[in-house]
Design a protein around this ligand. Structure first.
Ligand code: 5GP
Length: 483
């Protein structure tokens, strides 16, 4: 297929128009990726930015690539097609066989054949890359390469402007809120160390693995927040352990003795006061152990359970709440058909009762996924939908939303199929532990930060058949192990 100069010219015209708009960096880069892919008649395009220490490449714009391929996390700049960062144009004829490809198995499962990559150069130095991908093997012409290089030049300007904007914005906020701070200090603190080779603490590595499993991009200690000054000198700073760019949240993981928590909490309060736009969450040692125990890992993973300690919601209470939820759903979808989608196995009781109470026509589909196993895998859909949901109204039915990572992943997967609408109904919402802010349209009960079982929910495969929802015996939480 020939790609005319005309189509390249109009793509460049569209791109330059958007570059000058007030859209965010991510939106501009997604737009550039889409127009580049369409003009070149390729299946996907990815725009990557190199971190300041030139260690990692982070995706800042994409088009046409699946989540799995994209969210493999930042790419190691030394391993992933390093020639591009040396200023060369790289062409891969067959990505599944070429040893220059870092994840050939993913390229294979995603059906990627050829790749063309060019550097994004700022003042003669590589600051990023653009890569385009095709499903069928393809050769690229000189005109293709020259078009992609022109797009790369535009990206260089976008990157530099975004960086400047970030510094100026930071500078402005700093000046108005705390006159003593100097812009030079602020810019020096915008350090970007990504993916460390070693973590300060093993629990940080565990947490990074968990994020990797859910394909959530993370940066390690990317920014330090000054908290206290003496004259112009910063005398106290706080560096949260993680930043999750897509969720715009900083995470501080504290596995310290609980008495040191007070000090951490004080710092967090200060951050929230000085930087109200910054979203920081604290995960304590206790929270983290509970999180891992959910998957049978960590200090609590092997704990023996005596049985159910107390009933949280009786069978009758659950049924009453489901009738109310069903009424709301039937009213909201009146005159429409609805596809209910659930994830096995926890949702079976709730799904069965909910659908029997709905007064609108529904179809039901079930998915199954692999859960975190600490083995370096990412979420795997082990049973996908039976029927297409494109153009359908979809209601995702969940048993419980805890951190929100599972639901976030599944919603990404479902929305890629372009349903007419996509909403969520969950029986239980454990809001206290939310990491990813997923929208919940219908909620049965908000539950406390405790491990619940029954009515479909299990602990190591058991307790699903209980007709009520209960909290496990506190034996599970051996507090002395956590101090
Ligand atoms: P998330 O990804 O939101 O952290 O976790 C969602 C999944 O974790 C749920 O679908 C459920 O399988 C499991 N989960 C989270 N909290 C609990 C709980 O308190 N009890 C049980 N049995 N499973 C839970």
């Amino acid at each position: 297929m020939s790609r005319s100069r005309g189509s390249y010219y109009s793509a460049l015209k569209r791109i330059t128009r958007v570059v000058n708009s007030a859209l965010s960096l991510r939106k501009i880069c997604n737009y550039i990726a889409k127009n580049t892919a369409r003009a070149m008649q390729v299946n996907g395009c990815r725009i990557l930015s190199l971190n300041a220490r030139k260690e990692y490449l982070i995706t800042v714009g994409t088009y046409g690539l699946s989540d799995l391929y994209l969210k493999k996390g930042p790419l190691d700049a030394r391993k992933s097609l390093p020639d591009i960062l040396e200023g060369k144009i790289v062409f891969i004829a067959d990505a599944t066989k070429d040893e220059r490809i870092q994840h050939p198995q993913i390229a294979q499962t995603q059906g990627i054949a050829s790749i063309l990559g060019v550097p994004v150069l700022g003042k003669g130095e590589a600051i990023g890359e653009i890569r385009v991908y095709t499903r069928e093997p393809r050769k690229f012409s000189e005109a293709d390469k020259s078009f992609l290089l022109s797009v790369a030049n535009i990206c260089a300007v976008v990157f530099e402007r975004a960086e400047l904007h970030q510094l100026l914005e930071q500078d402005y906020k700093t000046q108005t809120r705390e006159k003593r701070r100097k812009s030079s200090q602020v810019s020096a603190l915008l350090n970007t160390h990504l993916r460390p080779t070693t973590f300060a603490h093993p629990s940080e590595e565990d947490f990074a693995k968990l994020l990797d499993f859910y394909c959530i991009e993370w940066l390690y200690e990317p920014r330090s927040f000054p908290l206290k000054w003496e004259g112009d000198k910063i005398v106290e700073m706080f560096t949260p352990d993680f930043y999750l760019p897509e969720l715009d949240v900083y995470i501080e993981l504290t596995t310290l003795k609980q008495n040191l928590l007070t000090e951490k909490n004080r710092k967090l309060r200060q951050i929230r006061q000085l930087y109200p736009e910054v979203n920081v969450k604290l995960i304590t040692k206790n929270d983290f152990a509970k999180l891992l125990a959910k998957y049978g890992y960590g200090p609590l993973g092997e704990a023996k359970v005596e049985g159910v300690d107390r009933v949280l919601y009786s069978h009758a209470q659950i049924q009453r709440r489901i009738r109310t939820l069903s009424r709301h759903i039937s009213r909201d979808y009146a005159g429409q058909r609805l596809v209910l989608i659930g994830i096995l196995k926890g949702v079976v009781c709730f799904m069965a009762d909910l659908m029997q109470n709905l007064s609108i026509p529904v179809t039901v589909d079930l998915m199954a996924i692999s859960y975190y196993g600490g083995d370096g895998q990412v979420v795997k859909i082990t049973r996908d939908l039976d029927s297409s949901i494109t153009g359908q109204h979809v209601l995702m039915v969940e048993d419980i939303v805890d951190t929100g990572m599972t639901l976030n992943y599944i919603l990404g997967h479902l929305s890629a199929h372009n349903p007419a609408s996509l909403r969520v109904c969950t029986l239980l919402d454990k809001r206290a532990r939310r990491l990813v802010n997923v929208p919940l349209d219908y909620v049965g009960f908000e539950v406390p930060d405790e491990f619940v079982v029954g009515y479909g929910l299990d602990y190591k495969g058991e307790y699903r058949n209980l007709p009520f929802i209960g909290i496990l015996h506190p034996e599970l939480i051996k507090d002395d192990e956590l101090q």
